[in-house]
Write a protein that binds this ligand. Structure first.
Ligand code: NDP
Ligand code: HSE
Length: 452
């Protein structure tokens, strides 16, 4: 099928590529601003004229940092996707309802769609790519994972020779911002969340960030790129950071760790099984990721040929995200002009590349050591009771710390375990939760075994 360039106009010897926006908030305005400010340099490198066409928003009258002429704003996204003069649609509105419908319509019309919407990609990726394939369009998504870090291109291009036994990292800027400022300045969660929102890091629905789902969406995208499998939510462990307290952070620090929200994508090639998890974890201070501040993300990728590589950069915010979207605009312009090969299928996809389809690793095969916080009655025999439950599930205790709680008659037990498996720990926690001496639900964190 002919590429979309047939619709583009010519200006002298150069093509004009017209770009429309669905959404003109933090990211949309950043992309518009940086394309406008760097247009001449980008045009020289890409050999095409870039024209910022129009943007769709929800409220036309809203005050914005980047002002557009009245004729450039619409509240009807269909006007963007149905405009035959627009070659590239940047979907920067978020959500999985209207964003999906408008994206599908743009793809049905053979347009290139560029998106930062990891929720949409995670939940409807197969449908989006199939539609792009069928109608000769393209779907690019560099900004959907780890903000300004070009991790999609790293996996898909730079590391194409590799298979990936382990990918892990910090993929949510908001949570890293909250955890680092809680640790360094002892500040409370809620006011920090407001600050992160003002800085443009937080999703419209903040629970996507703090309950781990935004990280889960990104982990699913990485797992698909690396292993050609769309992992479902019910096949993963997903936990957020709401229950992490200042005391947990202090205990972790005294043990030589920082608490980070980690995504882990682990493939056991011997059994051909994959496991994806998202949870707050104790990360050794020797690991570079333990020392990442604020909205920074970091991804460690181990390839069977390259070894371990690590990528660090700002994972959220207007400028970093715009940089990633503009890299997709550049790819899209090249694709429109030269019709470069499609890039939507990961090399590991069953039927496309080398690997047979992989399954999901059962919980009993997923191992780590754990940190357990228990608020118990401060009474004789309670520690022995806890130890006996753990022993019954073959969970071996590595360290124990007892702290007298502020309320009389209560004590806080902090335990760490030797390496055990997720199933044993899940059963242990369920049994501990039923003990009469337990005064609050147990709180569990994994201890990441990664040192680099
Ligand atoms: P914002 O909330 O700042 O902007 C969303 C924009 O979409 C607004 O302009 C809004 O209009 C518009 N919009 C929402 N719904 C509709 C609709 N139904 N019709 C037309 N316009 C609509 O979000 P962000 O810019 O922060 O995020 C956009 C996308 O980028 C999301 O998918 C997000 O997950 C992703 N992302 C964000 C990052 C960040 O750091 N912020 C980083 C990486 C990805 P109005 O302005 O009138 O309200
Ligand atoms: N809310 C997301 C974050 C935006 O904080 O990481 C970047 O995807």
């Amino acid at each position: 099928m002919a590429p979309v360039l047939s619709r583009s106009e010519t200006a002298g010897s150069r093509r004009t590529v017209r770009i429309g926006f669905l959404g003109f908030g933090t990211v949309g305005q950043g992309v518009w601003k940086h394309v406008r400010e760097n247009r001449r340099r980008l045009e020289a490198r890409l050999g095409a004229r870039l024209e910022l066409a129009r943007a769709a928003v929800r409220q036309a009258g809203k005050k914005r940092g980047v002002a557009l002429d009245a004729g450039q704003l619409t509240t009807n996204g269909r006007e963007i996707v149905e405009d035959d003069s627009i070659d590239i649609v940047c979907e920067l509105m978020g959500g999985t309802g209207e964003a999906r419908e408008l994206t599908l319509e743009a793809l049905r019309r053979g347009k290139v769609v560029i998106s930062a919407n990891k929720a949409l990609l995670c939940e409807h990726g197969e449908e989006l790519f199939a539609t792009a394939r069928k109608h000769g369009g393209q779907y690019f998504f560099e900004a959907s994972v780890a903000g300004g870090i070009p991790i999609i291109k790293a996996l898909r291009e730079g590391l194409v020779a590799n298979r990936f036994p382990l990918i892990y990292g910090i993929l949510n800027g908001t949570c890293n911002y909250l955890l680092t400022r809680m640790e360094r300045e002892g500040l409370a969660f809620e006011p920090l969340l407001e600050e992160a929102r003002a800085l443009g890091f937080v999703e419209a629905d903040e629970s996507l960030d703090v309950d781990g789902w935004d990280t889960a969406h990104k982990a699913v995208v990485l797992a698909w790129l690396a292993h050609g499998k769309w992992v479902r939510y019910d096949e993963m462990v997903v936990e957020g950071i709401r229950k992490v307290t200042q005391d947990d952070i202090a205990h972790a620090r005294s043990l030589g760790y920082a608490i980070k929200l980690l995504a882990v994508v682990k493939r056991d090639f011997a059994s051909n099984r994959l496991f994806v998890s998202v949870h707050p974890a104790l990360v050794s201070r020797r690991n570079v990721l333990a020392n990442l501040d604020g909205p920074y993300n970091g991804v460690s990728v181990t390839g069977d040929i390259v070894g371990t590589t690590c990528y660090i950069g700002r994972g959220a915010g207007q400028d970093a995200t715009s940089s990633a979207v503009i890299s997709d605009i550049a790819d899209a312009v090249l694709w429109l002009q030269r019709c470069e090969p499609r890039r939507d299928e990961p090399s590991a996809s069953p039927g496309v590349g080398r690997e047979p389809a992989c399954g999901i690793l059962p919980l009993e095969n997923v191992e780590s050591s754990f940190y357990l916080r228990l608020m118990v009655k401060d009474a004789a025999g309670v520690l022995a009771e806890v130890a006996s439950v753990m022993g019954r599930h073959l969970v071996s205790i590595a360290t124990v710390l007892q702290k007298t709680a502020a309320t009389p008659g209560r004590a806080c037990l902090i335990l760490t375990t030797h390496v055990t498996n997720e199933r044993a720990m899940k059963n242990t926690v369920e049994e501990l939760a039923g003990l009469e001496s337990l005064l609050e639900p147990p709180f569990l964190l994994r201890v990441a075994a990664f040192e680099e």
